[in-house]
Design a protein around this ligand. Sequence first.
Ligand SMILES: [Zn+2]
Length: 83
Amino acid sequence: MAYNCPRCSNNVSRNYNAQAQAKSGLVGLFFFAAFGVFNCEKCGKIPRKEFSSEVQIKMAMGTLLLVIIVVVIIFGLIMLITK
Ligand SMILES: [Zn+2]
């Protein structure tokens, strides 16, 4: 999902660190998705509260989706282990 900067309307990207993410795996991915900072090329880091409430709702929905995916994966693993 791409969002626009509330200050200059450039594209912003989540401040992913691919290397750290590879090390921390799924938990890291979840952490970054839930708490990751957004980064604008011009303005630098953008706090979530600066985005419009519409965008914040979209972000919350994306996070919720991720939580569901993570829960399903963990549940699936538990089912596999306990079989
Ligand atoms: Zn900007």
